[in-house]
Design a protein around this ligand. Structure first.
Ligand SMILES: Cc1cc2nc3c(=O)[nH]c(=O)nc-3n(C[C@H](O)[C@H](O)[C@H](O)COP(=O)(O)OP(=O)(O)OC[C@H]3O[C@@H](n4cnc5c(N)ncnc54)[C@H](O)[C@@H]3O)c2cc1C
Length: 467
């Protein structure tokens, strides 16, 4: 039996940050990991998926530039793209992340952790107790939609979709969300014949033009995008081919089928029931990530279901790690909105980039979401292709921008950019939303000429000069 001030269960990117921030405040910290230190993002999500996409984006960008396109004589070299992706996952080895834990003074316990009571856990038969807190940072799990035959057809999940070592001849992607759209883009650019089926349009929950522009360009990439359809039966035959029947009466035959339709809380085998919680549930937390009804259990990252993104989980981790230390050491706790120990931005200013081509970069609320929350908003849009910087960036640049303004407070509450290379434009929008910069002051934030950020000026002109 060993004691620590803090025990973190799960050494994904978020767990590492909870541990690090508490350790920097002099708490003794252990982190428990059942698989690889670094978690989903490093090995089966963010990093490998973006590595799969990046070469295709670079090639497409070159083909959109006169002078450069004449130099592009071939297609992507899939073997090199896959090898580059492998290097970004360190070939699914976690040595460097383990070294980092050591250098940060955090003890690593390998194995599967189960909570056995307040501040007590078991890891493969050994008991460990925490003096201050236990943080559950176990992430989320891929789920399969309940389609007859799908589970037996050896479907790809997002893990296989990001780690496959060969390009399938053909691939059916079920799901038009962020992961489905990104992985359809990646495998199509690598030469697979991809069909994507989605119950509704693509990228639900974002501004509607985002999904429409991405669907158009997936079509140009050769992806057969079918919206408003559902798979009703899936079978893999003795030759390995997968036949999927759709509810519009058509069938699709592919080498592989990838389900990208949802995530579940990774809490089924965690001993939650020993402390009055329900196995399999997402963990409900306050803004310091303390689980409601407890004074010692924290839940950070995907597992609390606030925002399922690495950077937002790491943001929560910074607040939680320091809140755990402050409560334990009796130092001041700043829990007012935007205080040091709360993750206020989760509610209203979480940025997200969808790395399709065009990219979708958004922060804050969509117009629909803001109205749903009862805000008095006015939204303005602008053709991103009409900006001088965009026309230099790519010949025939296609894109769109939208700004949602809270009319009562006269501040920007949401921004969406869709287009090539908009990912790097997002942080300016995040600063404006988080800073609640008055719209009249934004006129004084002058975008450099000729950059794509001049779209800010056009959005302001469309909104109107201050009286
Ligand atoms: C295909 C895909 C692409 C994505 N791309 C992006 C992106 O580009 N940008 C972005 O911000 N987000 C992206 N995400 C989301 C991102 O991967 C997650 O938000 C992030 O991984 C969550 O981090 P986490 O630390 O909360 O959980 P995880 O990374 O899942 O880590 C949890 C860790 O806990 C361990 N664990 C679980 N239970 C136990 C237990 N009982 N005992 C011991 N260890 C345990 C697991 O083994 C795991 O290592 C993507 C997701 C997917 C699926």
């Amino acid at each position: 039996m060993t004691d620590y001030d803090l025990i973190v269960i799960g050494a994904g990117a978020v767990g590492e940050n909870v541990a690090d921030y508490a350790r920097k405040r002099d708490l003794s910290v252990a982190i428990v990991e059942a698989e690889l230190v670094g978690g989903e993002c490093s090995y089966w999500a963010c990093m490998p998926s973006k590595a799969l996409l990046r070469s295709g984006h670079a090639l497409a960008a070159a083909k959109r530039l006169d002078g450069a396109k004449q130099a592009v004589t071939g297609t992507l070299d899939a073997a090199h793209v896959l090898a580059r992706r492998n290097s970004f996952t360190s070939d699914w080895k976690d040595d460097s992340q383990v070294s980092w834990l050591e250098s940060a003074g955090i003890d690593l316990i390998r194995g599967h952790a189960r909570i056995t009571g307040p501040k007590t856990i078991d890891v493969d038969g050994e008991t460990h107790t925490a003096r201050a807190a236990v943080a559950v940072v176990t992430g989320s799990l891929h789920t399969l939609p309940p389609v007859p035959g799908l589970a037996d057809a050896k479907p790809w999940g997002t893990r296989e979709g990001t780690s496959a070592q060969q390009v399938p001849e053909s691939l059916l992607v079920i799901g038009g969300g962020v992961s489905g759209s990104e992985l359809a883009t990646a495998w199509a650019s690598l030469g697979a014949k991809v069909t994507l089926v989605a119950r509704h349009g693509l990228l639900g929950g974002m501004e509607p033009f985002a999904g429409e522009l991405v669907a158009d360009s997936l079509g140009e990439l050769g992806v057969d995008v079918r919206t408003g359809v559902n798979p009703v039966r899936v079978d893999r035959d003795e030759h390995g081919l997968v036949t999927t029947e759709l509810d519009d009466g058509t069938t699709v035959i592919t080498s592989e089928v990838l389900a990208a339709t949802g995530r579940a809380a990774h809490t089924r085998d965690l001993g939650l029931e020993t402390v009055g919680l329900t196995a399999g549930d997402w963990l409900d937390v306050d803004d310091t990530m303390l689980v409601h009804g407890t004074d010692w259990l924290y839940a950070v990252g995907d597992v609390n279901h606030r925002v399922l993104l690495t950077h937002q989980g790491k943001y929560q981790a910074r607040a939680a790690g320091e809140a755990i230390a402050a409560r334990y050491q009796g130092t001041p706790l700043h829990t007012e909105p935007w205080g040091a120990h709360v993750a206020t931005a989760d509610h209203a200013a979480a940025p997200q980039v969808t790395f399709t081509d065009p990219e979708v970069a958004s922060v804050g609320l969509t117009e629909a979401k803001a109205r749903e929350q009862g805000m008095n908003v006015r939204a303005v849009e602008y053709d991103l292709g009409a900006i001088a910087g965009s026309s230099l960036q790519a010949d025939g640049y296609t894109g769109r921008a939208k700004m949602v303004v809270d009319e009562d407070r006269r501040v920007v509450v949401g921004v969406t950019f869709v287009g090539q290379d908009v990912a790097e434009m997002l942080h300016g929008a995040t600063v404006a939303v988080v800073g609640e910069v008055p719209i009249d002051r934004l006129w004084h934030a002058v975008p450099a000429y000729p950059t794509m950020n001049e779209v800010w000026l056009r959005l302001l002109e469309t909104y109107g000069r201050p009286a």
